[in-house]
Design a protein around this ligand. Structure first.
Ligand code: HPA
Length: 275
């Protein structure tokens, strides 16, 4: 029987990691732009560079370090991906999501994802944490393109509620308890790497977006294809109001991500104890 190249690639990575990691946790976290320091809260027993893992894509962006951490967060066993790759680096949607395929096939059941995003909802401020309630895929690419691998999931996966309701409820209570300001909304995924024009922000807001970014949606599609539970956060790193738009640099984006990081770290550290 022909085995799909994507399945073969994921199997090699799974094989390597299942030999290296003694006990596979139930939960994994993908740490996005400027949020890699959440890794400091993880008591690590192992740290595996992506370039050691067969077929793992390597980031070409400096702000991502590219390590898989194995350890515990608030006493809860986790795997944490410190850094991810993006479509704009030239990777395909299948390549970008190979790590999520591998996590699921190792036995991970729930996935927490973080990213940096531009805020389009006028009630949002730079440095806010947005819990993603839904998404719009405008990347013009889909990780499920091509022959379906039936052992991974169905040809036409449902997307009526990609972001797990129970995990969101839990997060809302946790934010209240911790006194962390948490906003909620729809994430629009674009390819990047340029930020948007005023006309594009106006359009993205008009079609229902609250925040816009360049990642996460391919990972969520694959996670849902494999029936993982998903919880995702955007740190609002710039205010994308078309009638008052100011130039934004990557330094501004990283500084805003860093300012929100302590609260996001507290929130995630608290939520994982109840996942
Ligand atoms: N647009 C797209 N991606 C982003 C932005 C933005 O304004 N800010 C951070 N990531």
């Amino acid at each position: 029987m022909d085995i799909s190249p994507a399945l073969k690639a994921a199997n090699a990575a799974r094989e390597f990691l299942s030999n290296r990691i003694q006990e596979i946790p139930q939960l994994a976290i993908i740490l996005g732009t400027g949020l890699g320091n959440l890794g400091e809260d993880i008591e690590t027993s192992d740290s595996i560079a992506y370039d050691e893992i067969p077929n793992f894509p390597i980031s070409t962006v400096e702000s991502h370090s590219g390590r898989l951490l194995v350890g515990t967060l608030s006493g809860v066993p986790v795997l944490a991906m410190q850094g991810r790759v993006h479509l704009y680096e030239g990777y395909s949607a299948q390549e970008v999501t190979l790590p999520v395929r591998v996590l699921s096939s190792l036995g991970i059941k729930s996935l927490i994802i973080s990213n940096a995003a531009g805020g389009m909802n006028p009630l949002f401020r730079r440095g806010d944490i947005m819990m993603i309630t839904d998404h719009i895929n405008l990347q013009g690419a889909n990780p499920l393109e091509g022959p379906n691998v039936d052992e991974w999931g169905p040809r036409f996966p449902d997307m009526s509620e990609p972001y797990d309701r129970a995990l969101r409820d839990l997060t809302e209570s946790s934010a209240l308890e911790l006194g962390v300001r948490l906003v909620q909304g729809v994430y629009v995924a674009v390819t990047g790497p340029n930020l948007e024009t005023k006309a594009e922000y106006r359009f993205l807001r008009a079609i229902g977006g609250d925040a816009v970014g360049m990642s996460t949606v391919p990972e969520v599609i694959v996670a849902r294809h494999m029936d993982m539970r998903v919880l995702a956060f955007s740190v609002i790193t710039d205010e994308c109001f078309p009638d008052a738009l100011k130039p934004v640099s990557i330094e501004d984006v990283l500084a805003a991500a860093a300012s929100a990081e302590p609260d996001l770290r507290r929130l995630i550290s608290n939520v994982v104890t109840s996942v």
